[in-house]
Design a protein around this ligand. Structure first.
Ligand code: ATP
Ligand code: MG
Length: 349
């Protein structure tokens, strides 16, 4: 049996709190299974700036590259507002160095979560957003700001679109076999190129139904009829906005994981939220986002859907039992919620 190497970047503020919760669950679910792993705890973000003056030390990067998967909790916060280097620079650098060109965020409403949603939803809401992460208007050149004039450039190559599209269609094959490209092809040239390239990729996946939606309409449908989606594929800026919108309909930021993947090399798994400085040290951070990130890792990097499912069911069971932190209206601590999830894992065996 292979022993998997997992890089662990706990980060700042609530980062280490939710990471240790997540690692306790990983340990519990691996016990009595044939899943073997080794953790490599590494400096990253603000903690790394404090220790060595760099958000992404060379040793952290090299070890991440040589690992089978990377777990990241959260970095940054007010402590480094005026520091010479910013923790977030580390995040951009690691994505670039590892070629993590797509970010995947699930929006799934389990029955236990329905009452937490701010909108009327059913438990058939289950979609993922595949967001292109390393190109588009955030990176396009030229970009300029002067006193009375400014511009940015939205630029995509067919190659960048094709590799993101392949990830979306591969995901769809393992899910409900439906891909929706979100764009603004009635206005933008880049969107017209997306349509052309994604259509070509779609032709290689005859089992997957494929359609398109303008971003304004997609934003509306995420609220009005989110059940209709399976995989939403979109460019960087639209994906940034839509994935925060999609997060809201599940109830709490503190429950949502994500993964970032490239063509080869390790994937990176992290909660979608930041380091939540306002609640750090209070033992009330919701650990579910981190625990679900670990489940995503087991499923996607290690092909252990069985272990991932055990984690998901144990989480939903503990939500049903009202073992939840204040963000979900409960009064349990981070440790109590984690204990409850571990107990459910053990009892279901
Ligand atoms: P970033 O810019 O790094 O994304 P942000 O400014 O968006 O950070 P977050 O750190 O994501 O802010 O926090 C936003 C709000 O959500 C805060 O009030 C925070 O306390 C809350 N929050 C975030 N994560 C959790 C969690 N795991 N449990 C409970 N509350 C959380
Ligand atoms: Mg944020």
């Amino acid at each position: 049996m292979k022993k998997y190497q997992i890089a662990v970047l706990a980060g700042d503020y609530i980062g280490p709190e939710i990471m240790s919760a997540g690692l306790r669950v990983l340990k519990a679910v691996s016990e009595d299974s044939d899943f073997e792993y080794e953790l490599r705890k590494l400096l990253f973000g603000g903690a790394a700036i404090d220790e060595v003056g760099e958000p992404l030390p060379q040793n952290t990067l090299t070890t991440c590259k040589n690992s089978d998967a990377i777990l990241l909790a959260a970095i940054g916060g007010p402590k480094w507002d005026h520091a010479l280097k910013r923790p977030e620079e580390g995040l951009l650098a690691i994505r670039k160095e590892l070629g993590l060109f797509s970010n995947i965020r699930p929006t799934k409403i389990d029955r236990s979560m329905i009452s937490y949603s701010p909108i009327e939803v059913t438990d058939s809401v289950d979609f993922v957003i595949v967001r292109e992460l390393t190109s588009g208007i955030y990176f396009g050149k030229p970009s300029e700001l002067t006193e009375n004039d400014a511009f940015d450039t939205m630029r995509y190559s067919a190659r960048e679109i094709r590799r993101a599209a392949k990830i979306a269609f591969e995901m769809a094959m393992k899910r409900k076999k439906h891909v929706t490209l979100v764009d603004k092809a009635n206005v933008l040239s880049t969107s017209k190129l997306w349509r052309r390239v994604v259509k070509e990729v779609a032709n290689h996946y005859p089992e997957v139904t494929y359609d398109t939606s303008y971003v304004d309409s997609a934003a509306m449908k995420i609220i009005s009829t989110p059940e209709q989606f399976d995989v939403l594929l979109t460019e960087n800026l639209f994906g940034d906005i839509l994935s925060d919108e999609a997060a809201q309909i599940t109830g709490s930021l503190g429950t949502i994981p994500s993964m970032s993947i490239g063509s080869s090399g390790p994937a990176l798994y992290e909660p979608i939220h930041g380091s939540a400085p306002d609640i750090a040290g209070k033992e009330i951070a919701d650990p579910i986002s981190m625990i679900k990130s670990i489940a995503m890792m087991l499923d996607n990097s290690f092909d252990r859907e069985d272990l991932a499912q055990e984690i998901y069911s144990s989480i939903y069971q503990s939500i049903n039992e009202k073992n939840v932190t204040p963000d979900l209206g409960g009064d349990r601590s981070t440790t109590e919620v984690t204990d409850a999830i571990i107990k459910n894992i053990k009892e279901s065996r």
